[in-house]
Design a protein around this ligand. Structure first.
Ligand SMILES: Nc1ncnc2c1ncn2[C@@H]1O[C@H](COP(=O)(O)OP(=O)(O)O)[C@@H](O)[C@H]1O
Ligand SMILES: N[C@@H](CCOP(=O)(O)O)C(=O)O
Length: 324
């Protein structure tokens, strides 16, 4: 579960006294999520989410994330909207942690991904990219290619115990990713802007067949827009046995392109971006797998799911191999 920090009744009451959101009716910790502590807050004015920011979030970057959500919501994207205190602040401190209240979004995330989720997902992603164009502050991707080698280095001692030969396999995989990465060396860059960078199924709410909300913007950053598609291909378009679902991938890309057509360069770059996305999630999962104590509240996610994806991308040299 993901409630790392306890909030006492007294501390909550003092925190809420700075907001004009009605009187507290109910308050409960939310078990889902792995990064931050989230609580559902019900007041006489409705439902809200209270988030206490934990280890991976740099407090100095919170105004960028909250500003992005505010901006996207203003552009019509259904995402959590930060609620300002009576003093006009969207960021406060609770139980010694940076904390914010955001609006509650209706809907549920798909526990089993079906074809009909993928086209609306692609559309929602492209709408997010279009809406982000007018948000000008830049946040470099802290988990981009420059971070991968140091992350793997920090896992050197434990990697092969997770899977024999993993270290050598990942070292070799870098040579098929980094020299080919857009913007590196002589490789041309791609259109860039604000990306979500973690749009996994548990961050996309649906009501029937429609996307009702996107959440969890705390990995969002300024990077290649097509990299966000590559992340979604990894997160949404593989079966439990590690095989790629061509239909899901096609629906995702077609949905995206119905809002924002891809350039030829972006399409051609999808295979290397997909390799990079698989590497990025493999590495953070590997780090968490090795470093999470057995008695921790959170169950780390399996890094080897992403090894299967990475192998598929390494064996698929051109975008035609994906059937898009
Ligand atoms: N704005 C929101 N509206 C409704 N539920 C939310 C909202 N934000 C978070 N949640 C709930 O909290 C859970 C964890 O949120 P998430 O942002 O994914 O946490 P973490 O950053 O810790 O991974 C979600 O799966 C969802 O149930
Ligand atoms: N999506 C990442 C982990 C981040 O978890 P989230 O709950 O913040 O989406 C992964 O699956 O490795």
């Amino acid at each position: 579960m993901a409630v790392y920090t306890d909030v006492s009744d007294e501390a909550l009451e003092a925190f809420l006294s700075d907001y004009a959101i009605g009187n507290l009716v109910a308050f409960r910790g939310i078990a889902e999520g792995v990064e931050n502590s989230n609580f559902q807050l019900r007041t006489t004015q409705g439902d809200f989410i209270l988030t206490l920011y934990e280890k991976r979030v740099n407090a100095q970057e919170l105004p960028w994330f909250l500003g992005l959500m505010q901006h996207l919501a203003g552009q019509g994207v259904s995402c959590p909207q930060p609620v300002a205190s009576t003093a006009g602040q969207t960021l406060g401190t609770l139980a010694g942690r940076p904390a914010a209240i955001t609006t509650f979004l209706p809907g549920v995330w798909p526990r089993k991904i079906r074809q009909e989720h993928c086209r609306p997902l692609g559309q929602a992603l492209a709408q997010l990219h279009e809406a982000g164009r007018s948000y000008t502050p830049v946040r470099p991707n802290a988990l981009g290619p420059d971070a991968w080698q140091p992350l793997l280095d920090s896992c050197r001692a434990g990697a092969d115990a997770v899977h024999p030969g993993l270290l050598a396999e990942l070292d070799a995989a870098f040579t098929h990713i980094l020299p080919h990465w857009p913007g590196q060396g002589a490789n041309p860059a791609l259109p860039h802007g604000q990306i979500h960078a973690d749009l996994f199924p548990d961050n996309v709410f649906f009501l029937r067949k429609t996307v009702s909300g996107l959440i969890d913007f705390y990995f969002a950053c300024t990077d290649f827009l097509a990299y966000d598609i590559a992340i979604c291909i990894n997160a949404w378009c593989f079966e439990g046995d590690g095989s790629f679902n061509v239909t899901f991938g096609r629906q995702l890309v077609q949905g995206y392109e119905s809002v924002r057509p891809l350039s030829a360069a972006e399409r051609q770059a999808l295979p290397v971006l997909a390799r990079g996305a698989a590497m990025r999630f493999l590495l953070t999962r590997l780090y968490d797998w090795i470093n999470t104590p057995p008695d921790a509240l959170v169950t780390p996610k399996d890094p080897l799911d992403y090894l299967k994806r990475l192998r598929f991308h390494l064996a698929t040299e051109t975008v035609d191999g994906y059937g898009f």
